[in-house]
Design a binder for this molecule. Structure first.
Ligand code: NAD
Length: 362
């Protein structure tokens, strides 16, 4: 590929299982088009992961795949897992055996999950019509490598415990991501905690308030997790950026996905402190529709847009993809998860997004 700039990005493409390879093929086409249009180079190198990797090598994250990831500027991930591999030991399972080591290896402490209700498809939301008509455009910023999932654990016959621990450093770095993100959105951060009962939440609140002083243009509010879970259902339009620890973010990001209505539309990004990231759809490998050519490629394509924005700083290219997706949604060029009567398949939706991007001034 010839480019006028010398910017060139190396991307490890880990399509995985089920619908992963089908939707990844469309994301790759979209990336090639925006690379041409916005004058940067890309190298897309595929590698095995998940069940496909277990079948070929016995490991869900083969050494060659990890090596490729280390040599790349970002990882574009599909999805892993399926009924074929559910009987394996936990650390050999496709999901646990690939995503957790990747998060650990690259210190991917920050998970970004945008959730939107698209006006044209507000009826997809289970909260339609009263709440979905209010709209929703939120970004959930979740701490991903600390907290109760990683603290000391114990179990006897009659007792069990999990420990929640957070350091100022861990809270500061995730809070900074949330405030930075808010400056590019609607300048509001809602920090989620349970500071009425948890020591870690009190430290969380104090630290977030300190970080907020560096962002005078951003409004900060604190909200208890129980209230936030309720407010999201009652009036999701009040939120912009939600800043959450690992546990609360796990719960709220799924609540946001449920309110948005379709897993096929939701991308996610997991980042470290130096801009390296793993980008993947919020949904899984969807074995029920794998191989049928009907999977929605939009979550994978929007994950590629997040990669361009957060790892490469290619904001114009990222926005162009998001606008092309929006355009296709407005034209009702959608797969059947969005409209059960639709005759558009994965490739047709991908082709429509590519065609939109190729048009001038879209
Ligand atoms: P799932 O997200 O794969 O599917 C849930 C439902 O959503 C299914 O009906 C599916 O058809 C639909 N769906 C999901 N993505 C879609 C898309 N792009 N287009 C159209 N419909 C879509 O969740 P599940 O069924 O609970 O899990 C299936 C497998 O995926 C399991 O093995 C699970 O472990 C794995 N999984 C992997 C990841 C990951 O790779 N990060 C995440 C979640 C689940």
């Amino acid at each position: 590929m010839s480019t006028q700039s010398n910017k060139h990005y190396k991307i490890a493409v880990l399509a995985g299982d089920g619908i992963g390879p089908e939707v990844m093929a469309e994301a790759e086409k979209v990336l090639q088009v925006v690379a041409d249009k916005f004058q940067f180079g890309i190298t897309l190198t595929p590698a095995l992961v998940g069940g496909a990797a277990i079948d070929a090598t016995g490991e869900p994250l083969p050494a060659a795949t990890l090596k490729l990831c280390k040599q790349s500027d970002a990882i574009l991930f599909g999805s892993v897992g399926g009924p074929k591999w559910t009987g394996l030991a936990p650390d050999k399972q496709p999901e646990r055996g690939s995503l957790l080591p990747l998060r650990k290896t690259f210190d991917l402490f920050c998970n970004l999950r945008p959730g939107q209700i698209y006006p044209a498809f507000a009826d997809l939301s289970p909260l339609h019509p009263r709440v979905s008509s209010l709209g929703m455009d939120v970004l959930c910023v979740r701490e991903l490598t600390g907290g109760i999932y990683f603290g000391e654990k114990g179990r006897t016959e009659t007792d069990a415990f999990d420990t929640q621990r957070y350091s100022v450093r861990e809270i500061e770095r995730i809070a900074k991501v949330a405030f930075e993100a808010a400056t590019k959105r609607s300048n509001k951060v809602t920090s989620i905690d349970k500071a009425n009962v948890l020591q870690t939440s009190i430290l969380w609140r104090e630290t977030v308030e300190r970080v907020a002083k560096n962002y005078p243009g951003v409004t900060l509010e604190h909200m208890y997790i129980d209230n936030a879970a309720m407010q999201l259902i009652r009036s999701p339009q009040q939120f912009d950026v939600l800043l959450c620890d690992n546990l609360f973010g796990d719960i709220l990001s799924d609540e946001i996905a449920a309110i948005a209505g379709s897993l096929g539309l939701l991308p996610s990004a997991s980042l470290n402190g130096s801009g390296f990231g793993l980008y993947e759809p919020a949904g899984g490998s969807a074995p029920d529709i794998a191989g049928l050519g009907v999977a929605n490629p939009i979550a994978q394509i929007l994950s590629a847009a997040l990669m361009l924005r957060y790892s490469f700083g290619e904001e114009d290219a990222a926005c162009a993809i998001e606008q092309a997706v929006q355009h296709c949604l407005e034209q009702h060029i959608v797969t059947r998860d969005i409209n059960p009567k639709s005759t558009y398949g994965t490739a047709a939706v991908g082709a429509a997004i590519v065609a939109t991007l190729r048009q001038e001034n879209q």
